[in-house]
Write a protein that binds this ligand. Structure first.
Ligand SMILES: C[S@@+](CC[C@H](N)C(=O)[O-])C[C@H]1O[C@@H](n2cnc3c(N)ncnc32)[C@H](O)[C@@H]1O
Length: 624
């Protein structure tokens, strides 16, 4: 049962390659070899002419691309440790702010959030030549993170910016982006959508990358966001006044954008010159450019009710609607004959109240969604000026969330920066009573400041202050939502080494090395880790979201954690008894997880537990 080492559990949960392999074997069972692997030559034969055997292929390639797949497949040896003291309303909220390298975090979220995210927004480093690009290393990615965050001694490794004098300038950025986008795609719901900010530094590569990861057929738009109010007059060539937002659907046939509310200039088209009780309206022509010969049923007279004259369309035109529809329009007072009632032809009234929203357009102006200058001032007002460079305007991210159609789903941002996405989610929920949740991931990138030592500190503090402000503003207001509470909290988690010591294959194989490893595995729970830490690691690796409600039960004087209404029971007690095992089994859970230490090397007790759980129909009993 000790096969439940975290990395093995993790392998089982994550292994994307295995998933693909199974899918292939389901489609082409004949390609399975005796050893269960894939006979590639046979697959080529099976596919016949569909295989492009030529050497020259179209597509994006760069040095390091092959390693990206190893990076994706390398199992994570990390965990996410809850941090209650930095959270807001930990026990009731479903929002998360996770401090850590997003690649490791995306891997850890993989099993629990597979196909659950409605909308992803990311604003990764643009690769301007001044950005820090996180150095992934698939062979020791957690080690890199621990060194980066000072959790272990670095052996003089440098973590610097990606400068354009570097021979692998674009490759480094692509190597950083590819695995993250790949893993992120798996988290999206079938009707999900991703928005990615970028500028001209990498827009061409990003398009190729997204085509490859999401499929060209799922491309939706490259939005141009006009981000500057005044030009940068000191530019040598052009003032770069815009950024891009690249939009890809998970499955374009399934996802549709939500229509947007009209802005002020669009609303200005709707007026009410005749004080119609149905409110403001716009009008449309009632004639159509077809001839009487082509559409004889649309050529007939309409009586102007003000002059009582019969009005005919021009010789070269007909009415838009047949007689019966026109009669309904007259009875419904939908024909407008001008301010003096004597216009040559009527127009059709279209009321604002009957209109659906407007389709999203591919140019977004700062009037509608804000500009960089305003965003910097906004974040400065919340967390202090100069704390964070180049945040995005909250209205820009709100616009994306609105277009995504997310009203009560999960929004993910794994390059969270100052936390604009959480701010947008909280604002939108307040505006329309929605129930959107957020997950933010942010590297604890050092800032050199005393007030906020890392960017992750800024993220958390901004969201705390936004929550406080919204809650203060709502205090004393009438409860129009019938007591429906908004989720104004977040749980903080921090990336760290797994709570369970893992067998280190690279350790010395001599007697001393082996003795050290065995020693570690007698009590394989890392020192200083709490029950809360273990509980959340087990939840995550059992495929439950981090915000799952867990009920603490008292059985035979010991604590047992009940998840998903008792479907999973977790017992972290280090002194299990037969009585307790029977009490857990009596609740007929589907799954049970106990600590290996709980059996205190009593193999008989463990064997009994296996038998008891089996008899009670527990399909999965594991020790960790
Ligand atoms: C351009 S900023 C995002 C700004 C954000 N949209 C806002 O409005 O505040 C990109 C952020 O990604 C973070 N970042 C870079 N590499 C990361 C990684 N590997 N994991 C997590 N965060 C990372 C950086 O620290 C930076 O804060």
């Amino acid at each position: 049962m000790k096969d439940d080492q975290p990395e093995k559990l993790y392998l089982r949960s994550l292994d994307v390659a295995q998933e693909r392999r199974r899918e292939l074997l389901r489609l082409f069972p004949e390609i399975e070899t005796e050893r269960g692997s894939i006979d590639f030559e046979r697959l080529k034969l099976t596919l016949g002419e569909a295989v492009d055997a030529g050497k020259e292929r179209f597509g994006l390639t760069w040095p390091g691309k092959a390693d990206c797949f190893r990076t994706i497949q390398a199992p994570s040896l990390a965990t996410l440790r809850p941090c209650r003291e930095e959270s807001v309303a930990f026990d009731t909220t479903e929002n998360l702010i996770i401090e850590g390298d997003n690649l490791e975090v995306l891997k850890l979220l993989h099993k629990s959030y597979l196909g659950k995210v409605k909308m992803i927004y990311i604003d990764p480093p643009y690769n301007t030549g001044k950005d820090f690009i996180y150095p992934d290393n698939y062979t020791e990615s957690l080690q890199t993170y621990l060194e980066y965050t000072g959790q272990v001694d670095s052996e003089g490794r440098k973590f610097g910016t990606n400068t354009d004098t570097d021979g692998r300038f674009h490759s480094k950025w692509l190597n950083m982006m590819y695995p993250r986008l790949y893993l992120a795609r798996n988290l999206l719901r079938e009707d999900g959508v991703i928005f990615v900010s970028c500028d001209d530094n990498e827009v061409h590569n990003l398009r190729g990358l997204m085509n490859e990861v999401f499929g060209e057929e799922n491309f939706v738009a490259t939005v141009v966001w006009q981000k500057k109010v005044s030009p940068a007059n000191d530019s040598q060539w052009f003032s770069s006044d815009h950024d891009y937002v690249m939009v890809f659907a998970r499955t374009k046939d399934v996802w549709r954008p939500s229509r947007l509310n009209r802005n002020d200039s669009q609303l200005a088209y709707y007026r009410n010159p005749d004080n119609d009780p149905r409110g403001p309206w716009n009008s449309a022509t009632y004639t159509c450019n077809k001839t009487k010969a082509e559409r004889p049923n649309l050529y007939y007279p309409i009586v102007n009710p003000n002059t009582h004259e019969e009005v005919w369309p021009k010789e070269t035109a007909v009415w838009k609607h047949a007689r019966d529809v026109t009669q309904e329009n007259i009875e419904g007072n939908l024909l407008y004959w001008g301010s003096d009632g004597r216009a040559r032809f009527p127009r059709l009234k279209m009321f604002l109240r009957d209109m659906s929203g407007v389709v999203p357009r591919s140019i977004w102006s700062y009037d509608d969604v804000g500009h960089t200058q305003g965003a910097t001032l906004q974040v400065g007002d919340i967390v202090g000026s100069g704390a964070f460079d180049s945040p995005k305007p909250t209205r820009l991210v709100s616009r994306m969330i609105s277009v995504s159609g997310c009203e009560d789903g999960l929004v993910l941002d794994f390059f969270a920066g100052s936390g604009t996405t959480a701010h947008a989610v909280l604002d939108l929920n307040r505006q329309d009573g929605g129930n959107r949740k957020f997950i933010l991931v942010q590297l604890p990138e050092p800032t050199g400041r005393e007030d906020y030592p890392t960017i992750a500190d800024i993220t958390k503090e901004r969201v705390r202050r936004v929550i406080r402000k919204l809650t203060d503003e709502d205090a004393g207001k009438l409860d129009l939502d019938g007591g429906k509470k908004q989720d104004r909290g977040f749980r903080v988690f921090k990336l760290a080494e797994s709570n369970f010591a893992t067998w280190d294959a690279d350790q010395a194989k001599d007697a001393e090395g082996l003795a050290r490893q065995l020693e570690l595995h007698i009590d394989h729970i890392r020192e200083g880790r709490t029950g809360d830490d273990l509980l959340h690691e087990i939840l995550l690796k059992s495929g439950f979201p981090l915000a799952t409600a867990v009920e603490a039960l008292e059985l035979c004087g010991k604590t047992v954690h009940s998840v998903a209404g008792g479907a999973l029971l977790i017992c972290l007690d280090r002194a299990l008894t037969l009585e307790l095992i029977r009490a857990m089994a009596a609740r007929t859970p589907e799954r049970v997880v106990c600590l290996d230490e709980g059996f205190a090397r009593n193999d008989q007790l463990k064997a009994n537990a296996v038998q008891i759980f089996k008899t009670k129909g527990v399909s999965n009993f594991r020790t960790v």
